[in-house]
Design a protein around this ligand. Structure first.
Ligand code: AMP
Ligand code: ZN
Length: 443
C-alpha cells in the first residue's frame, strides 16, 4: 500500500501510515438532520466513500463512522441562537425526534442513490450519546480546561497551545476584533461551549440533567465523544467540508487532545465546496438542489457522482445543469461501451496488471480521481487489451470509484417522461415544418 493524502494539518501531501496495521479508522463529520441534505452536502461523503473503497481495494479493513447531529448545532454555527433542530420542529409542528428521523432517512436514501457504502458504517446519533459527552466534559473540567458562565460550561482555548495549528488561525487578530463579541463572559473569542444551559423560561424539547444543570451539549463535543467511543482516542483519518477547519474541527481537536493527553486524528482531509452562481450551496441561503431534484429532471445520481469524481476534491466545483448534462452523457457513453465489451468478450476476463498500476498510481496519489477516470477512457482506446480483459479491468477499478458500472450497464435504458414528451413535441414541430423549433427541442 502506497497511498498519499493531503493533510490539512501539515498542509502537505503525506504518505499514509496506519496506526494499526491492516485496519484504518475513518471519521466523517455527518449531517445536521434538520432539513433535506443538498447535493453539496453529499460531496464530502462521496469523497470519504472513495477513501474507504480505496483502502479496502488495497486490502485494509476500514471502520467508518458518520455521526448524526440531532441536537446542539445552533443557527449561528457558533454558541448563539436557536438550536437548528428545535427551530425546524417548531416550524413544522413536529417533535425534534420526528424531524431528525425524517431527514436522516432522506440522508440514508441519498447515500444509497449515490452508491456510497454504508454496510458496516457506524451512524451514531448525538442524542443517543449524551452520557459519553457529559463524561468527556467532566474529564476536561477535572483537568482544568473549562469555566462556567451564565449560559454554559466553556472550553478555555488559551490552555491548548496548539489551538491555532489546524486552521493557521491569527489569534491576536481575533482578539483585536473581539469588541464585537456577543458573549462578554468568554475569556477568549475562540472559547466555545461544551454544555449549554436550557434558557430560563424557555421550554426545550431536547434537554438533559447534568452535573452543571439542565441543558444540552455544545455542537463540537459530540464528535469527540463518539469518535473516541468507536475508533479510540487516536485514530487515522478525519474528514469534512472545508468550512469545518477553523471552528468545528479546530475545537474538536482541542477538546479531544486536552481530554486524553494523546494525539487525536493523524490525517485531516477537507473537501472543497460545491458552488452555484458564484455562491456556496447552502441550506441557509436556500440556493439548493437535492438529489431528488436531479432525478426529477431525468439525471441519475450516479452521473452526479461521476461528475464529482471528474474534479479534484480540493477544487471548488461550480454546479450548472449544462455540466451535469455533460456528465450524464459521458456516464451513459461509458455504460454503453461496457455493455459492448460484455457483448464482444463476455465476463470471464482478468484485470490487466499494467493498466491496474496506472489506475492505482493515480488514485493513490491523494485520490486523484480525475486522472483515474482518464485512465479508464485511455484503456478503452487500447486495442492490445482484449474486450473481456478490458471489461474485467474497468470493473476492478470501479470497486474504488463506486460508479456501479456492472449493474448499471446491464440495465435497460428507461427514457424519462420529460424526454419522451420533448420527442413528441419535436415530432409535432417537424410535421408543422417548424424546423427551428424542432432543432431547439432536439437540442
Ligand atoms: P451540515 O449538514 O450542514 O452539518 O453539513 C454536512 C456536510 O456538508 C459538512 O461536511 C459540510 O462541510 C458539508 N457542506 C456544506 N455545504 C457544502 C457545499 N456547498 N459543498 C460541499 N460541502 C458542503
Ligand atoms: Zn464533527
Amino acid at each position: 500500500m502506497n497511498i498519499s493524502l493531503y493533510n490539512t494539518l501539515s498542509r502537505q501531501k503525506e504518505l499514509f501510515v496506519p496506526i494499526n496495521k491492516d485496519q484504518v479508522g475513518l471519521y466523517s463529520c455527518g449531517p445536521t438532520v434538520y432539513l433535506y441534505p443538498h447535493i453539496g452536502n453529499m460531496r464530502p461523503y462521496v469523497i470519504s466513500d472513495l477513501i474507504r473503497r480505496l483502502f479496502e481495494y488495497e486490502g485494509q479493513t476500514v471502520t467508518q463512522v458518520i455521526n448524526i447531529t440531532d441536537v446542539g448545532h445552533l443557527v449561528s454555527d457558533t454558541d448563539e441562537g436557536e438550536d437548528k433542530m428545535e427551530k425546524e420542529a417548531r416550524i413544522e409542528g413536529k417533535s425534534a425526534k420526528e424531524i431528525a428521523d425524517f431527514y436522516l432517512a432522506d440522508f440514508r436514501h441519498n447515500l444509497a442513490n449515490l452508491n456510497i457504502r454504508s454496510d458496516g458504517t457506524i451512524f451514531p446519533r448525538a442524542t443517543e450519546h449524551i452520557k459519553e459527552q457529559i463524561e468527556l466534559i467532566k474529564t476536561l473540567e477535572e483537568k482544568g480546561f473549562t469555566y462556567r458562565t451564565s449560559d454554559g460550561i466553556y472550553f478555555d482555548t488559551a490552555k491548548y497551545p496548539k489551538y491555532a495549528e489546524l486552521a493557521k488561525l491569527d489569534l491576536a487578530g481575533q482578539r483585536e476584533g473581539a469588541r464585537v463579541e456577543v458573549n462578554h463572559e468568554k475569556r477568549n473569542p475562540t472559547d466555545f461551549a461544551l454544555w449549554k444551559f436550557s434558557p430560563k423560561g424557555e421550554l426545550r424539547q431536547q434537554e438533559w440533567e447534568s452535573p452543571w444543570g439542565k441543558g444540552f451539549p455544545g455542537w463540537h463535543i459530540e464528535c469527540s465523544a463518539m469518535s473516541m467511543k468507536y475508533l479510540g482516542h487516536h485514530f487515522d483519518i478525519h474528514t469534512g467540508g472545508i468550512d469545518h477547519i477553523p471552528v468545528h474541527h479546530t475545537n474538536e481537536r482541542a477538546q479531544s487532545e486536552c481530554a486524553t493527553g494523546e494525539p487525536y486524528a493523524n490525517y485531516w482531509l477537507h473537501v472543497a465546496f460545491l458552488i452555484i452562481e458564484g455562491e456556496k450551496m447552502s441550506k441557509s441561503l436556500g440556493n439548493i438542489y437535492r438529489i431528488a431534484d436531479l432525478e426529477e429532471k431525468g439525471y441519475s445520481p450516479l452521473a452526479y457522482r461521476y461528475w464529482l469524481l471528474t474534479g479534484s476534491y480540493h477544487k471548488t466545483l461550480n454546479f450548472t445543469w449544462e455540466t451535469l448534462n455533460g456528465a450524464q452523457t459521458a456516464y451513459d457513453r461509458l455504460l454503453g461501451q461496457i455493455s459492448e465489451l460484455r457483448n464482444l468478450g463476455g465476463e470471464s476476463g482478468t484485470p490487466d496488471s499494467a493498466w491496474r498500476d496506472k489506475f492505482s498510481e493515480a488514485i493513490s496519489d491523494d485520490l486523484n480521481s480525475p486522472q483515474a477516470i482518464a485512465v479508464i477512457w485511455d484503456l478503452l482506446k487500447d486495442d492490445s487489451v482484449s474486450p473481456a480483459d478490458k471489461l474485467a479491468t474497468i470493473l476492478d477499478f470501479d470497486r474504488v470509484l463506486g460508479l456501479d458500472l456492472k449493474a448499471q450497464s446491464k440495465k435497460e435504458i428507461v427514457i424519462p417522461e420529460t424526454v419522451k414528451q420533448l420527442a413528441l413535441e419535436r415530432e409535432d414541430a417537424r410535421r408543422a415544418k417548424n424546423y427551428s423549433k424542432s432543432d431547439e427541442l432536439r437540442q
